[in-house]
Design a protein around this ligand. Structure first.
Ligand code: ZN
Length: 206
C-alpha cells in the first residue's frame, strides 16, 4: 500500500513540478512545506501570486514584466537610446544589467525558438521586436542592436534567426552578438557578472 494524496495536494505538486529546477521530489517537499507553514509561507505565496496575476503585465516598449504600461528601465533617461540589447528572458536582462556593462535599452523575448517543441517567432515576441526596431530606425536614433542570446543550441539558432531577419530588413543597421567569452552551453543568467561584462565590452559584429 502506498499513501494516496488528495487531489488538491496532487495538483499543487504538479504545478510546482513545472517550475524550473523542480523535480518530483523537490516539488513534493515544497508542497508539504507550504501546507505545514500555512500562516507564513502559504498565505504569503497565495497573496503574492494573486498580486502578480492581477497587476503584472508586459511593458509596451521592451516586453518585460511590469506593473503599468512602461517599465522603469524604459523610463530611465540616463540610458543611450541608440543601443538596444535583445535578451531571451527577464532573468537574463537582470543579469546583464547587474553587470553594469550595458548603457542602453533592452528588448525582452519570452524564450528561444525551438522547432522541436514547436516554439516559433510569434510565440516569443519577434514581431514586437521588429516593430520596436522599425520605429527606432525610422526615428534615426538606433545605432546598434546586440543579440544577447546564450551560446546554447537553441540560443544560437534564435540568434541566427534574429540576425538574418534584422539584416534583411535594415541592411545598414549594426547588429552584434555578445563575445564568445560567455561559457558555451550556459545560460546568461547563471554566468558571473564580470564574464558578462567582458562579453558585452568585446561584442562583435554579427
Ligand atoms: Zn520596458
Amino acid at each position: 500500500m502506498s499513501i494516496r494524496l488528495s487531489p488538491a495536494i496532487l495538483d499543487l505538486i504538479e504545478a510546482l513540478k513545472k517550475m524550473p529546477g523542480f523535480g518530483p521530489r523537490s516539488a513534493q517537499r515544497a508542497a508539504f512545506h507550504l501546507l505545514q507553514n500555512r500562516d507564513g509561507s502559504l498565505d504569503a505565496l497565495g497573496e503574492a501570486l494573486s498580486k502578480v496575476r492581477g497587476g503584472v503585465t508586459r511593458c509596451k516598449l521592451c516586453n518585460t514584466f511590469t506593473e503599468g504600461d512602461i517599465c522603469p528601465v524604459c523610463l530611465d533617461e540616463g540610458r543611450d537610446p541608440g543601443l538596444l540589447c535583445v535578451v531571451e528572458s527577464a532573468a537574463d536582462q537582470m543579469a546583464l544589467d547587474s553587470s553594469l556593462a550595458w548603457p542602453g535599452f533592452y528588448f525582452v523575448l519570452m524564450g528561444r525558438l525551438s522547432p522541436v517543441t514547436g516554439v516559433g517567432p510569434g510565440d516569443i515576441g519577434v514581431d514586437q521586436l521588429m516593430k520596436r526596431v522599425g520605429v527606432a530606425v525610422e526615428e534615426g536614433i538606433l545605432r546598434e542592436v546586440v543579440i544577447a542570446m546564450s551560446y546554447t543550441p537553441e540560443g544560437d539558432a534564435t540568434a541566427y534567426y534574429l540576425i538574418e531577419a534584422l539584416k534583411k530588413r535594415w541592411p545598414q543597421l549594426r547588429v552584434t552578438r555578445l563575445a564568445r567569452g560567455l561559457p558555451a552551453g550556459i545560460e546568461i543568467e547563471y554566468t558571473d557578472l564580470s564574464t558578462i561584462a567582458n562579453a558585452v565590452y568585446s561584442r562583435r559584429d554579427a
